[in-house]
Design a protein around this ligand. Structure first.
Ligand code: CUA
Length: 348
């Protein structure tokens, strides 16, 4: 009788252990999938810095990584030594030796490491806080739910979700929020700066090589937080100056009949109530300025690519693309939609 019960108990213990092992394997696989997901091909990484700000952060990260690795290896080696070689030995304190070891390896060494890392962190923090000089270009960025308004002091126009900087130069970026907390982050150029209601924050950007660097809101700000991306375009000084000039001039005039009809539809429909196009009667300030919308990299702050099909779908019903966005579906006649798309695409 007892033997049967023992056998049953042993069997249920085995099956519990199997279930537990299965769970561990599944969790490990899942963690691996999440880790690999973070390494997606086109995802910008703070460990691939392209500017002096991000380089400081990446160097600090590697310093911490190697210190942690050394400490981990040391602790594991001591553990193996204790379990394998000291097993069953008399571990009573003799001549104060183990105490000295605990004081040095367990308290002294960690204290030295932590103080050193803290000092390096303070040095980097001070360097990151040291902004560009008064002559540096300044760009003002305002966070909205869920897009970025971009302006340059002294220039009348605005654009959205895209800012340009001259290669090699430090550019001051002033940050405000129009509603809730957001966070301005360009992983390859600079660590995060939070946008706090009622405050003007400041950071700077510098890129060592020309390129397009993706930025992202890094503070959860509501339903479409994930679709609050932007692009930093680092380009030669002449191209940057041309961008400033475009920002200050009126939008391109329509050249074809379709574009002219599109402009008319835009100005007469509800579009003009929320959006501005410089040089036309449309001067709404609720949504993004669309004077250069044809040249932007995306629609809806990184929600979809900027092409005719997506643009038409977005105008007809943004809610299918970015649910919760403040732009309502537009009652545009189906026959007018291609004209509207043609006009907006011509605004470069
Ligand atoms: Cu804005 Cu998250």
């Amino acid at each position: 009788m007892d033997t049967t019960r023992d056998a049953t108990n042993a069997g249920s213990r085995r099956s519990r252990r199997r279930r537990r092992n299965g769970r561990v394997v599944r969790m490990t696989l899942l963690a691996g999938v999440f880790l690999l997901g973070g390494c997606a091909g086109d995802a910008p990484s703070a460990l691939d810095p392209a500017g002096s700000g991000a380089a400081r952060v990446a160097n600090l990260w590697w310093l911490l990584f190697w210190i942690s690795t050394a400490v981990f290896v040391e602790v594991m080696a001591l553990l193996v030594w204790a379990l394998v070689f000291r097993r069953g030995r008399d571990t009573r304190v003799r001549h104060g030796q183990p105490l000295r070891f605990v004081a040095v390896a367990g308290a002294g060494l960690p204290l030295v490491i932590l103080v050193a890392v803290y000092a390096v962190g303070l040095r980097d923090l001070a360097a990151l806080g040291h902004g560009p000089g008064p002559q540096a270009p300044t760009i003002e960025v305002t966070g909205h739910k869920w897009w970025w308004e971009v302006r340059v002091p002294g220039i009348d126009g605005a654009t959205a979700n895209e800012l340009h900087i001259p290669v090699g130069e430090r550019v001051r970026v002033r940050l405000r929020t129009a509603d809730v907390l957001h966070s301005f982050w360009v992983p390859q150029l600079m660590p995060k700066t939070d946008l706090i209601a009622g405050e003007m924050r400041e950071t700077w950007l510098q890129a060592q090589r020309a390129g397009r660097y993706r930025g992202q809101c890094a503070e959860y700000c509501g339903t479409q937080h994930a679709h609050m991306a932007f692009l930093v375009v680092a380009e030669p000084r002449a191209d940057f100056d041309a961008w400033l000039a475009r920002l200050g001039s009126t939008a391109r005039q329509p050249e074809t009949d379709a574009q002219r009809r599109g402009q008319q539809a835009f100005v007469q429909a509800s579009c003009a109530g929320c959006h501005a196009i410089r040089g036309t009667p449309a001067d709404g300030r609720v949504g993004p300025d669309l004077s250069d919308v044809g040249s932007r990299w995306s629609i809806g702050a990184g929600a979809v690519p900027n092409d005719g099909g997506h643009l038409g779908g977005w105008i007809a019903n943004p809610q299918t693309v970015k649910p919760g966005a403040y732009m309502p579906p537009q009652p545009v006649e189906a026959a007018r939609l291609p004209d509207l798309v043609a006009y907006l695409q011509s605004l470069k």
